[in-house]
Design a protein around this ligand. Structure first.
Ligand SMILES: Cc1ncc(COP(=O)(O)O)c(C=O)c1O
Length: 443
């Protein structure tokens, strides 16, 4: 098939990537795996070019980070200009304006009308840790209730909050105390074993659920991913969230929204919580906030954020100036170019084209998503809905061998996850979908 963008000229991995993989095996621990066995030399908007000259269409965005596209001109200029001035002072020692500019943008764009304040750190997991500390400080309570199948990071508290055991928690115990899980409330297939009757969702239902889990009086916060990313592209049930918010408000419990993957236009709104019409007390942002630079944020209602004692939160690299410069350019690019609207278009094209696979193949059970956050679920057959991780793995391989990078997700790694840059062209989007469809046809 003639391709305009993807160009595969060697077997994958090519000889140069193979040599580097050999070096990696000696220098880097085995636990740090890589799904796509190539080394990248250059990236441009929606394309990744490897060291052997192969070119891939990127439907992964470095796990949802490159919403503004690789090497975005505005972001690169902003980073370069800042790097030439200074790269670090530590905001807690000597301050700089760009930190304030990022915080002001987050306070303005985070959903809900309450006055807000923002604290910056480095990674998603670090921001989650801080959100939990702040929620505990404000409420004076310690328990945090998360949901099965959610992903909240790999630090000890992050992986304790994460609702999936293997591979994240294996051998790393004991887990952090005072973290509890409830079943994920969303439309999901049998293997996820969730309750699918939304009619019964109300505050009493939450009370019943918690009876065997943790005393209501000790809960500081509920933490949710509005759409499961790693868990398989499943939106949180709206009726359940209404009940959860009602329950939380009645019991002085905070709602923390983990928008690390769903934020910055990905789901068709600037933040996914806008689909649910609830203002979280604390919102956690990372990934696409800074066009590929490591930066994360905790945005919360001002009174909550101000409840922490001076120096109670801090970090050497909290809001690094180069990362802040990238964030200012990235956020402005997302807003000025209305990337949420583009995400909706990408989603419509993706779901419309891929739904034909569900009609045609017994092993493709569902195409689902919000905006440009989409997943294709593979099962053994549609009668038992037994997950088929081997099919997903093979599809991923056929895709990269033909010039498309897609990610795996889901309770059994049986879902292909698509998170292309929101700047992807119509032609590249369709070429990527062609490659994916042909991979499924050739499974
Ligand atoms: C929803 C969610 N929360 C938290 C994290 C952890 O972020 P980081 O890998 O930057 O620590 C991720 C990363 O994939 C994520 O998708």
């Amino acid at each position: 098939m003639k391709r305009q963008f993807a160009k595969i000229i060697t077997s994958i991995p090519g000889p140069m990537s193979q040599k580097l993989m050999e070096r990696k095996s000696h220098a880097v621990p085995n636990g740090a795996i890589t799904n796509i066995p190539v080394f990248i030399k250059k990236a441009e908007n929606f394309l990744l070019k490897d060291v052997d000259g192969n070119v891939f269409i990127d439907f992964g965005s470095g796990i949802g980070v490159m919403n503004v596209g690789h090497a975005n001109e505005m972001v690169v200029e902003s980073i370069t200009a800042q790097a030439q001035k200074f790269t670090h002072t530590c905001f807690h020692m000597a301050m700089y304006e760009s930190y304030i500019e990022v915080a002001e943008r987050l306070n303005k764009y985070a959903p809900g009308s309450s006055p807000k304040k923002t604290y910056l750190v480095n990674s998603g997991a670090e921001a989650i840790e801080n959100a939990v500390k702040i929620a505990r400080r404000f409420t004076g309570k310690s328990a945090i209730v998360a949901f099965e199948h959610a992903f909240h990071g790999r630090t000890l508290l992050g992986l304790t909050l994460t609702g999936k055991v293997s591979p994240y928690r294996e051998g790393f115990g004991p887990m952090a105390p005072e973290v509890y899980h409830l079943p994920f409330p969303g439309k999901a297939r049998k293997p996820m074993n969730v309750d699918t009757n939304p009619m019964q969702y109300n505050a009493d239902f939450i009370t019943e659920q918690l009876k065997t889990v943790v005393p209501t009086s000790s809960i500081a916060a509920f933490i949710i991913e509005p759409v499961l990313g790693e868990g398989g592209i499943l939106p949180f049930d709206k009726t359940y969230l209404n009940a959860l918010v009602e329950f939380a408000r009645a019991n002085n419990i905070l709602l923390i929204a983990d928008e690390i993957q769903t934020g910055w236009g990905r789901t068709g709104h600037l933040f996914a919580m806008e689909h649910f019409d609830h203002e979280p007390d604390i919102l956690v942002s990372a990934k696409s906030i800074a066009g590929g630079m490591p930066l994360s944020a905790v945005v919360g209602k001002a009174e909550i954020m101000d409840s922490v004692q001076p120096a109670g939160i801090g970090s050497t690299y909290s809001g690094n100036p180069v990362a802040c410069a990238a964030a200012i350019a990235s956020i402005d690019f997302i807003v000025e170019n209305d990337l949420p609207k583009k995400a909706n278009h990408i989603g419509n094209v993706t779901r419309e084209r891929l739904n034909q696979l569900v009609e045609k193949y017994e092993f493709v059970s569902e195409v689902r998503g919000l905006g440009a956050m989409n997943g294709v679920e593979f099962v053994v057959d549609k009668v038992g809905y037994k997950p088929a991780p081997d099919s997903a793995k093979r599809i991923q391989k056929i895709c990269y061998e033909n010039g498309l990078i897609v990610l795996k997700a889901g309770s059994h790694s049986h879902v292909m996850r698509m998170l292309p840059p929101l700047t992807i062209s119509e032609a590249a989007l369709n070429e990527g979908l062609d490659i994916f469809i042909s991979a499924v046809e050739n499974l």
